[in-house]
Design a protein around this ligand. Structure first.
Ligand SMILES: [Fe+2]
Length: 192
Protein backbone atom coordinates (compact mmCIF):
# COMPACT_ATOMS: atom_id res chain seq x y z
CA UNK A 1 0.00 0.00 0.00
CA UNK A 2 1.20 3.49 -0.78
CA UNK A 3 1.49 6.03 2.02
CA UNK A 4 1.47 9.79 2.30
CA UNK A 5 5.13 10.77 2.84
CA UNK A 6 5.93 13.08 5.75
CA UNK A 7 6.59 16.71 4.87
CA UNK A 8 10.08 18.04 5.65
CA UNK A 9 8.58 21.27 7.00
CA UNK A 10 5.70 22.63 9.08
CA UNK A 11 2.55 23.84 7.32
CA UNK A 12 3.51 27.48 7.95
CA UNK A 13 7.19 27.08 7.02
CA UNK A 14 6.75 28.34 3.47
CA UNK A 15 5.05 31.62 4.44
CA UNK A 16 4.62 34.16 2.99
CA UNK A 17 5.19 32.58 -0.44
CA UNK A 18 2.91 29.62 0.18
CA UNK A 19 0.44 30.06 3.03
CA UNK A 20 -0.16 27.51 5.79
CA UNK A 21 -3.82 26.90 4.91
CA UNK A 22 -2.96 26.08 1.31
CA UNK A 23 -0.14 23.73 2.32
CA UNK A 24 -2.35 21.92 4.84
CA UNK A 25 -5.32 21.44 2.51
CA UNK A 26 -3.10 20.60 -0.44
CA UNK A 27 -1.17 17.97 1.53
CA UNK A 28 -3.63 16.56 4.07
CA UNK A 29 -6.69 16.62 1.80
CA UNK A 30 -5.75 16.62 -1.90
CA UNK A 31 -2.54 14.58 -1.71
CA UNK A 32 -4.02 12.16 0.86
CA UNK A 33 -7.06 11.60 -1.37
CA UNK A 34 -4.84 10.60 -4.29
CA UNK A 35 -3.10 8.09 -1.99
CA UNK A 36 -6.42 6.62 -0.81
CA UNK A 37 -7.84 6.39 -4.33
CA UNK A 38 -4.68 4.80 -5.71
CA UNK A 39 -4.66 2.15 -2.99
CA UNK A 40 -8.30 1.31 -3.71
CA UNK A 41 -7.30 0.40 -7.29
CA UNK A 42 -4.00 -1.32 -6.56
CA UNK A 43 -5.49 -3.64 -3.94
CA UNK A 44 -7.53 -5.24 -6.74
CA UNK A 45 -4.29 -6.43 -8.38
CA UNK A 46 -2.06 -8.47 -6.02
CA UNK A 47 0.35 -9.04 -8.93
CA UNK A 48 1.22 -5.34 -8.90
CA UNK A 49 2.22 -5.36 -5.23
CA UNK A 50 5.85 -4.49 -4.70
CA UNK A 51 6.14 -2.34 -7.82
CA UNK A 52 7.17 1.23 -7.25
CA UNK A 53 4.94 4.03 -8.42
CA UNK A 54 7.65 5.07 -10.88
CA UNK A 55 7.54 1.57 -12.41
CA UNK A 56 3.74 1.53 -12.54
CA UNK A 57 3.63 4.85 -14.38
CA UNK A 58 6.55 4.01 -16.65
CA UNK A 59 4.79 0.79 -17.70
CA UNK A 60 1.31 2.30 -17.54
CA UNK A 61 0.29 1.35 -21.07
CA UNK A 62 1.15 -2.34 -20.66
CA UNK A 63 -0.06 -2.97 -17.09
CA UNK A 64 -2.37 -6.01 -16.89
CA UNK A 65 -5.37 -4.00 -15.67
CA UNK A 66 -8.74 -2.95 -17.06
CA UNK A 67 -8.83 0.23 -19.16
CA UNK A 68 -10.90 1.93 -16.49
CA UNK A 69 -8.30 1.08 -13.84
CA UNK A 70 -5.45 2.13 -16.15
CA UNK A 71 -7.04 5.57 -16.25
CA UNK A 72 -7.32 5.55 -12.45
CA UNK A 73 -3.67 4.59 -12.02
CA UNK A 74 -2.72 7.35 -14.47
CA UNK A 75 -4.74 9.97 -12.57
CA UNK A 76 -4.43 8.81 -8.95
CA UNK A 77 -0.94 7.32 -9.23
CA UNK A 78 0.27 10.43 -11.04
CA UNK A 79 -1.42 12.50 -8.36
CA UNK A 80 0.54 10.71 -5.64
CA UNK A 81 3.94 10.67 -7.34
CA UNK A 82 3.73 14.24 -8.64
CA UNK A 83 2.89 15.59 -5.20
CA UNK A 84 5.56 13.44 -3.48
CA UNK A 85 8.15 15.04 -5.77
CA UNK A 86 6.66 18.54 -5.53
CA UNK A 87 6.89 18.68 -1.72
CA UNK A 88 10.38 17.20 -1.67
CA UNK A 89 11.71 20.18 -3.63
CA UNK A 90 10.40 22.86 -1.27
CA UNK A 91 11.86 24.60 1.79
CA UNK A 92 12.95 28.01 3.00
CA UNK A 93 16.63 27.05 3.32
CA UNK A 94 18.32 26.79 -0.03
CA UNK A 95 20.24 23.58 -0.63
CA UNK A 96 21.39 24.25 -4.15
CA UNK A 97 21.82 21.19 -6.34
CA UNK A 98 25.06 22.14 -8.11
CA UNK A 99 24.90 19.20 -10.52
CA UNK A 100 21.43 20.30 -11.59
CA UNK A 101 22.57 23.90 -12.01
CA UNK A 102 25.43 22.73 -14.25
CA UNK A 103 23.06 20.61 -16.34
CA UNK A 104 20.64 23.54 -16.70
CA UNK A 105 23.48 25.84 -17.81
CA UNK A 106 24.60 23.30 -20.40
CA UNK A 107 21.07 23.06 -21.84
CA UNK A 108 19.69 26.59 -21.41
CA UNK A 109 22.87 28.74 -21.21
CA UNK A 110 21.90 30.34 -17.88
CA UNK A 111 19.67 29.56 -14.93
CA UNK A 112 17.88 32.86 -15.57
CA UNK A 113 16.98 31.85 -19.13
CA UNK A 114 15.72 28.50 -17.86
CA UNK A 115 13.61 30.24 -15.21
CA UNK A 116 12.07 32.54 -17.82
CA UNK A 117 11.08 29.57 -19.98
CA UNK A 118 9.73 27.56 -17.04
CA UNK A 119 7.76 30.54 -15.73
CA UNK A 120 6.29 31.27 -19.16
CA UNK A 121 5.26 27.62 -19.52
CA UNK A 122 3.67 27.62 -16.04
CA UNK A 123 1.72 30.81 -16.59
CA UNK A 124 0.65 29.76 -20.07
CA UNK A 125 -0.57 26.26 -19.21
CA UNK A 126 -4.30 26.07 -19.85
CA UNK A 127 -6.33 24.53 -17.05
CA UNK A 128 -5.08 22.06 -14.44
CA UNK A 129 -1.70 20.45 -14.74
CA UNK A 130 1.99 20.52 -13.96
CA UNK A 131 5.09 22.14 -15.40
CA UNK A 132 8.14 19.95 -15.74
CA UNK A 133 11.86 20.10 -16.23
CA UNK A 134 12.82 16.61 -17.40
CA UNK A 135 15.77 14.72 -18.79
CA UNK A 136 14.55 13.02 -21.94
CA UNK A 137 15.55 9.69 -23.50
CA UNK A 138 18.52 11.40 -25.21
CA UNK A 139 19.72 12.98 -21.94
CA UNK A 140 18.59 16.41 -23.15
CA UNK A 141 16.69 18.65 -20.76
CA UNK A 142 13.20 19.74 -21.75
CA UNK A 143 10.62 22.09 -20.24
CA UNK A 144 6.96 21.33 -20.89
CA UNK A 145 3.61 21.19 -19.17
CA UNK A 146 1.30 18.19 -18.94
CA UNK A 147 -2.44 18.19 -18.21
CA UNK A 148 -4.08 16.82 -15.07
CA UNK A 149 -1.80 14.36 -13.22
CA UNK A 150 0.04 12.93 -16.22
CA UNK A 151 3.59 11.85 -15.43
CA UNK A 152 6.79 12.29 -17.47
CA UNK A 153 7.68 8.75 -16.35
CA UNK A 154 4.98 7.45 -18.73
CA UNK A 155 6.88 9.17 -21.57
CA UNK A 156 10.18 7.63 -20.46
CA UNK A 157 11.46 10.96 -19.12
CA UNK A 158 13.11 11.61 -15.76
CA UNK A 159 11.59 14.51 -13.77
CA UNK A 160 14.13 17.02 -12.42
CA UNK A 161 11.83 19.82 -11.23
CA UNK A 162 8.11 20.38 -11.11
CA UNK A 163 5.46 22.91 -10.22
CA UNK A 164 1.78 22.19 -9.56
CA UNK A 165 -0.42 24.75 -11.35
CA UNK A 166 -3.77 23.28 -10.35
CA UNK A 167 -5.83 26.03 -8.75
CA UNK A 168 -5.82 24.11 -5.45
CA UNK A 169 -2.07 24.89 -5.26
CA UNK A 170 -2.59 28.65 -5.01
CA UNK A 171 -6.21 29.82 -5.12
CA UNK A 172 -6.73 30.56 -1.40
CA UNK A 173 -3.90 33.09 -1.36
CA UNK A 174 -3.50 34.17 -4.98
CA UNK A 175 -6.99 33.62 -6.45
CA UNK A 176 -6.61 34.08 -10.23
CA UNK A 177 -3.06 35.48 -10.00
CA UNK A 178 -1.14 32.40 -11.09
CA UNK A 179 1.80 34.47 -12.36
CA UNK A 180 2.34 35.93 -8.88
CA UNK A 181 2.22 32.44 -7.36
CA UNK A 182 4.82 31.17 -9.84
CA UNK A 183 7.13 34.14 -9.18
CA UNK A 184 6.91 33.56 -5.44
CA UNK A 185 7.41 29.80 -5.76
CA UNK A 186 11.00 30.29 -6.92
CA UNK A 187 11.77 31.56 -3.39
CA UNK A 188 10.82 28.24 -1.80
CA UNK A 189 12.29 25.96 -4.45
CA UNK A 190 15.11 24.62 -2.31
CA UNK A 191 17.36 23.17 -4.97
CA UNK A 192 17.85 26.12 -7.32
FE1 LIG B 1 -1.80 19.57 -6.21
Amino acid sequence: MFELPKLNFAYDALEPYMDAATVEIHYAKHHQTYVNNLNAVIEKYPDLAGQSLEELLKNLNTLPVSEEDRKKIRNQGGGVLNHNFFWSLLGQTKQIDTALVAEIETNFETVEKFKELFTKTAVGHFGSGWVWLVRDENSKLQVYSLPNQDSPHTMGHTPLLTLDVWEHAYYLKYQNRRAEFVDNWWNILRVL
